[in-house]
Design a protein. Structure first.
Length: 288
């Protein structure tokens, strides 16, 4: 779901496009294996292979090479050089690999908090904030106020909350089938889940940083007679973060489309299966 576009109400309403507040097909091949012939077509006796001793030598050689390759691979996992220094090439060659840093183990108001005061901490904060800013909770006025107070820097919270209140007014909620409190009708489930695919810090200092979060998500209303069915989206959140009150907080944010892959050929699930998945599958705390 894209924040600020009806969670998907047309291209012209995408808030992120103008800097505002945001929001598999394969081909098969069949192989035919022909039966072995004991004799050739002309009645000749099949030709005997090389001696068994030469075959044995070949097998042994292959096994030795395999053992050596495994040993070399295991040794390559050690980042420490012989002189005790830490190898620096590994991270540079795999910039998208997970850092291995542990995620935060604290939450405030149900939102992860207490991120490390470094670049990885900022990326982790951005990923988790993207999830909550494009969620079903952001459409509920009471919960929205709590999210804003927790996620944004104190001197921007009031203005940003006012802007979000105007964006998600009663008319907007009615258009997506929700009441004034952001709740779906009885028998329906409003879905808005965001899943970060990756993060990238485009600038960093100890006080401010900019992080882009590439996301995919699902949004819409799961019900038998919905006019707003659950669909998927790909977008990138751009978050300006500031170190304040001992944590990374959002100073401002925007959104842009994509990068989006080709749609797959997945079978569409019925609405009750979508609703059940939302209830049964929990979310994650994200870490760089």
């Amino acid at each position: 779901m894209s924040l600020g576009d009806e969670h998907g109400h047309g291209e012209s309403s995408r808030a992120g496009d103008d800097g505002g507040y945001g929001g598999y097909a394969g081909t098969g091949q069949t192989r035919t294996r022909l039966p072995d012939r004991g004799d050739d077509p002309y009645g000749n006796t099949p030709r005997r292979g090389r001696s068994s001793s030469r075959s044995l030598i070949t097998i042994v050689g292959v096994v030795v090479l395999l053992i050596a390759a495994i040993a070399f691979a295991n040794r390559g996992g050690d980042d420490s050089a012989e002189d005790g220094t830490t190898g620096g090439d590994k991270a540079e060659t795999t910039p998208t690999a997970a850092s291995g840093e542990r995620p935060v183990d604290t939450k405030t108001g149900g939102i992860p908090s207490g991120f490390a005061h470094d670049e990885q901490g900022a990326e982790s904060a951005a990923a988790n904030y993207a999830v909550v800013l494009v969620s079903a909770d952001i459409l509920k006025p009471v919960r929205r106020s709590e999210i804003v107070q927790q996620v944004f820097v104190a001197d921007k919270a009031a203005d940003l909350e006012d802007s979000l209140n105007k964006a998600y007014d009663r008319d907007f909620l009615a258009n997506v089938g929700l009441d004034e409190n952001g709740n779906a009708p009885s028998g329906s489930t409003y879905v808005s889940r965001t899943m970060p695919v990756g993060t990238k810090a485009t600038s960093y200092s100890d006080s401010t940083t900019t992080v882009e979060v590439w996301c995919t998500g699902v949004y819409g209303t799961a019900s038998e007679d919905t006019t707003n069915p659950v669909t998927s989206d790909w977008f990138t959140m751009i978050l300006q973060l500031r170190w304040a009150d001992g944590d990374w907080k959002v100073d401002s944010f925007a959104q842009k489309e994509g990068p989006a892959p080709v749609n797959g050929d997945n079978k569409i699930s019925p609405s009750d299966e979508i609703s059940k998945a939302v209830e049964e599958y929990g979310g994650f705390t994200y870490a760089r």
